[in-house]
Design a protein around this ligand. Structure first.
Ligand code: XIL
Length: 447
């Protein structure tokens, strides 16, 4: 009986407390604090703040500050009924911090963790590596020089890229120092670096009229002897790096800008079918190697474009099938147009070729109107062009994608200013290895 009475007492007591609670809510249970998570949708002036939902929370209150200690606010206690909030009207390339708390039945949670956000601007980008974003779908490469392979250069390359090629050191003029004489050391250094990092290696380029060694250029022997020197070279180089160098540009730039076959030492000495001969030897030297023909400027030059596809088709008629076509892609922020590039690409896809955007750099200076200081507008157009080119690459059926190779890592190492005789900043990284907005454009293209 006594136990019954005591139980009844406690029952009534607690019930009365509960009903009190319902009416006045003096001591509401504090909800759990939300977990703030990485922001998204970065632009120069906006981003989306995100956090995880809290069970039962009716709304959230978001704080935004320029100070990590929230000693001042861009805004405080902005009421949000969702688990994300799009923040706008910010300053570019600036740091912001956000935190959020949940609200439930009249009670606030503690603050979440703090998330740091940097709006986009020159040299400031979300912390995403190209290679991770591509996720093995195709190679994303960069042209390197063996003498730069150390320190931060190596770190950035192995973090961001899944493939390398040599900007110059795999060319004939660098390797072939005399009959039977080879300068392997720089190539070996690049190959060893790539193998140690598990990075793909693309070979560039076995035959190029602008990289003929003096001894071969001035060779006084017979045409057949000349041809044999070239043949031996191809066998020796492709053979030496068999299984390591997975693809080669066999012939580079055999067609002139006027659409005619380029008149070079190779065509003079070996005949106009020298291209085909070189592909045959490369195939024999390494049957598994992916063999490319590589050229530039076919997007907005139809006679040249026609000549490139004629060359490839004619070889196929003769049973010399090449595997892929390298579009060098030394282009400008405003040219060629997307539709010009699409038409060119479609022709290559129709030939069943693998596609390599093999030497990508996008100039900020166009041929007609050189500028020396680069405006925000121009920078945005260059970024947009990177996005467009990468998006275009992504339209290629997976089986025909080889990859995209950047023609250099940092702006101050680019060949463009020297080649065109005016300043430019055509690459993805600035002189201090900082990602530029072009890098953002590349990432945007991969979305
Ligand atoms: C360029 C290099 O970037 C320069 O350093 C060098 O002086 C000349 O060659 N097309 C090609 C590349 O196929 O090999 C060229 O590379 C750029 C144009």
């Amino acid at each position: 009986m006594r136990i019954l009475l005591i139980s009844a007492f406690f029952y009534l007591f607690f019930n009365s407390c509960n009903s009190d609670n319902k009416d006045t809510n003096p001591v509401a249970v504090q909800p759990k604090a939300p977990v703030a998570i990485e922001a998204a949708n970065f632009t120069e002036i906006s981003f989306t703040a995100n956090w995880n939902s809290v069970v039962g929370a009716q709304k959230y209150f978001l704080d935004l500050s320029n100070k990590v200690d929230f000693s001042s606010f861009v805004f405080k206690d902005r009421e949000v009924s969702d688990i994300k909030y799009s923040v706008s009207s910010l300053t570019k390339a600036s740091d912001y911090y956000y935190r959020v708390r949940a609200f439930k039945d009249g009670a606030y949670s503690k603050y979440s963790n703090i998330i740091k956000v940097t709006t986009l601007g020159i040299g400031i980008n979300p912390n995403v590596n190209l290679k991770d974003k591509v996720n093995g779908d195709f190679i994303v490469g960069v042209a390197v020089s063996s003498d730069k392979l150390s320190g931060q250069y190596n770190t950035v390359i192995s973090n961001e890229f899944s493939s390398v090629t040599a900007e110059n050191e795999m060319k004939m003029r660098s390797i072939y120092t005399g009959p039977g004489q080879y300068n392997w050391a720089p190539v070996d250094k690049i190959v060893d670096f790539a193998v140690s990092k598990g990075i793909n290696i693309h070979g560039h380029a076995l035959i190029w009229h602008r990289s003929i060694p003096d001894f071969l250029d001035k060779f006084t022997g017979t045409d057949l002897e000349f041809e044999n020197l070239v043949k031996q070279y191809i066998f020796d180089v492709v053979g030496r790096y068999k299984d390591k160098i997975k693809s080669w540009d066999v012939v580079n730039e055999a067609i002139n800008d006027n659409g005619l076959f380029r008149d070079t030492k190779f065509s003079q000495r070996m005949g106009s079918n020298y291209v085909e001969k070189c592909f045959k030897w490369a195939r024999e030297a390494d049957p598994d190697c992916i063999l490319f023909y590589n050229d530039y400027g076919t997007g907005d030059n139809i006679p040249k474009q026609n000549a490139v596809y004629k060359l490839i088709k004619d070889m196929a008629v003769n049973h010399t099938h090449i595997d892929g076509l390298g579009f060098q892609m030394h282009i400008t922020y405003n040219s060629p147009s997307l539709s010009q590039l699409q038409i060119d690409l479609k022709r290559a896809l129709d030939e069943n070729l693998k596609i390599h955007f093999s030497e990508l750099d996008i100039r900020m200076n166009s041929d007609s109107s050189p500028i020396t200081s680069f405006t925000d507008d121009r920078i945005q157009l260059q970024r947009a062009k990177y996005k467009e080119v990468v998006q275009l690459f992504k339209t290629i059926p997976k089986s025909q994608r080889y990859g995209i190779t950047m023609w250099g890592l940092k702006d101050n190492e680019s060949w463009i200013p020297g080649e065109f005789g005016r300043p430019d900043k055509p690459l993805l990284f600035d002189d201090n290895f900082i990602r530029k907005l072009t890098h953002t454009g590349f990432l945007e293209g991969l979305e």
